[in-house]
Design a protein around this ligand. Structure first.
Ligand code: THU
Length: 142
């Protein structure tokens, strides 16, 4: 599998950062943006959407996945996740366990890459396998 190119990584970071502006977070103030790239190169965006009843809140990553899957897309290459309370980000926002499990449903753990970024220069890339070792997925039920 070809490595993610620098310009693609930067585009995903830029897109995820811009997406934070739409984040609806009246309860936590923790704004997360995601940019999910399908295998065909199309980018699906997502932000976190909170709810007064707390439980129905949705993470940015799942918003992006559900948007894509609901449009018939099921093959993915990478996702960039950015999040934090301030305007400029000082920490990486790693996907929660539920979002990692959703990734496991549609992505190859060895190939799907998760980019955690603060800005276009500060980022780390992890394969899903590393963030969800021994994950349970569709192959277990085949
Ligand atoms: N959040 C995400 O959007 N993605 C994650 O992977 C971690 C948490 C959101 C959920 C909630 O709106 C806020 O961040 C604080 O937990």
């Amino acid at each position: 599998m070809e490595a993610l190119k620098q310009d693609v990584i930067e585009k995903l970071i830029e897109t995820a950062l811009a997406q934070r502006a739409f984040s609806y977070t009246p309860y936590s103030g923790f704004k997360v943006g995601a940019a999910l790239m399908a295998k065909d190169g199309t980018i699906y965006t997502g932000c976190n959407i909170e709810n007064a009843a707390y439980g129905p809140s949705n993470c940015a990553e799942r918003t992006a996945f559900f948007k894509a899957v609901s449009e018939g897309i099921r093959e993915f290459r990478a996702i960039c996740v950015v999040g934090g309370k301030g305007e400029s980000l000082t920490e990486y926002a790693a996907p929660c366990g539920v979002c990692r499990q959703v990734m496991m449903e549609f992505c190859c753990p060895e190939e799907f890459e998760i980019i955690l970024a603060k800005n276009k220069k500060e980022y780390d890339v992890y394969p899903l396998k590393e963030l969800l070792p021994l994950g349970f997925g569709p192959a277990n039920l085949a």
